[in-house]
Write a protein that binds this ligand. Structure first.
Ligand code: SPD
Length: 291
């Protein structure tokens, strides 16, 4: 019998992936977590029926979640990851030798444990690297008590349902800005420009109201996410993501640019990612300060 998984993006559209077998399924205090093996994409993590990652294309998401902000900041010594319990964003962050301390704040211990067991290529680094600390805590509470501590914050949340809902609010963005040092940078996963323009507008509006001087969006293609194209926001009071992108990082982290272990990100991709398609510029222009 053929077994297929479908994630519905809207009532009339979704993505369907053929499943070899279910490896893990359980309900934590917060959400339903499943790991299935698929024919096309390898193992896949699904939370509340939504694809979080697959072995085949997670590198695109995690490289683009971590590197743009870490490359723009000249001294990313202290980094906070919010969510990201699978370890993929931490793996990419810890490739930066400049990073002295990485704190990962994930609310759901079951995500950490299941990924530790079934996705070792994502989680291994954060477990083994002495620079990393894993906190099982609600990030909404955690950032309130972390004033002025971080150079870079990466919000690797799940979609804005269940426990991640509060991670898309203006109040949270205001707390994020306070948790950054004066020249800090935050990057947040921001959903699909095709299906979730409303969420992207909400993020832009919230970050601007929180007081950030620069709020910019960038994108990458991710085959297993709704619409195949995904967005992130980057916000800072000091650094513009393209105008302040120097080549200095090549000296600071030469191993990322010469015989690079990366498979998606480089400085050309960085610049290109901040060039937005016209329909996106249009809907962003209709809110706040424009693109
Ligand atoms: N609909 C997919 C949204 C997923 C965003 N976060 C994924 C977590 C991977 N570290």
């Amino acid at each position: 019998m053929d077994l297929w998984f479908t994630e519905f993006h809207r009532d009339g559209a979704g993505i369907t992936i053929k499943v070899k077998k279910t490896i893990f399924i359980s309900r934590s205090k917060y959400q339903e977590i499943a790991i299935v093996d698929t024919y096309e994409f390898g193992k896949m993590l699904v939370i509340d029926g939504l694809v979080m990652l697959t072995e085949a294309d997670e590198f695109i998401y995690h490289e683009m979640m971590a590197h743009p902000a870490l490359v723009v900041h000249p001294r990313p010594d202290d980094v906070l990851i919010i969510g990201g319990g699978d370890g993929g964003t931490a793996r990419e962050t810890l490739r930066h030798q400049r990073v002295e301390r990485l704190t990962m704040c994930e609310i759901d211990e079951m995500v950490i444990e299941a990924c530790r067991r079934y996705f070792p290529t994502l989680s291994k680094r954060v477990i083994e690297d002495p620079r990393a600390t894993i906190l099982v805590e609600d990030a909404i509470k955690y950032v309130k008590g972390a004033t002025g501590r971080f150079d870079v914050i990466l919000v690797d949340s799940s979609d804005p349902v269940g426990p991640a809902k509060g991670l898309f609010s203006m109040e949270f963005f205001t707390d994020l800005r306070s948790a950054l040092k004066e020249d800090g940078i935050v990057a947040l996963q921001s959903e699909s420009p095709f299906y979730h323009a409303d969420i992207i507008i909400q993020i832009k509006d919230g970050l601007e109201k929180a007081g950030f001087r620069y709020v910019n969006f960038y994108w990458a293609h991710i085959p297993t996410y709704p619409g195949g194209v995904w967005c992130w926001a980057m916000a800072s009071d000091v650094y513009h993501p393209v105008e302040d992108l120097g080549e200095g990082v090549k000296k600071r982290e030469p191993h990322l640019f010469h015989r690079s272990p990366l498979r998606y990100y480089d400085l050309h991709v960085h610049r290109a990612a901040f060039t937005l398609p016209r329909y996106m510029k249009e809907f962003l222009k209709r809110c706040g300060k424009g693109e």
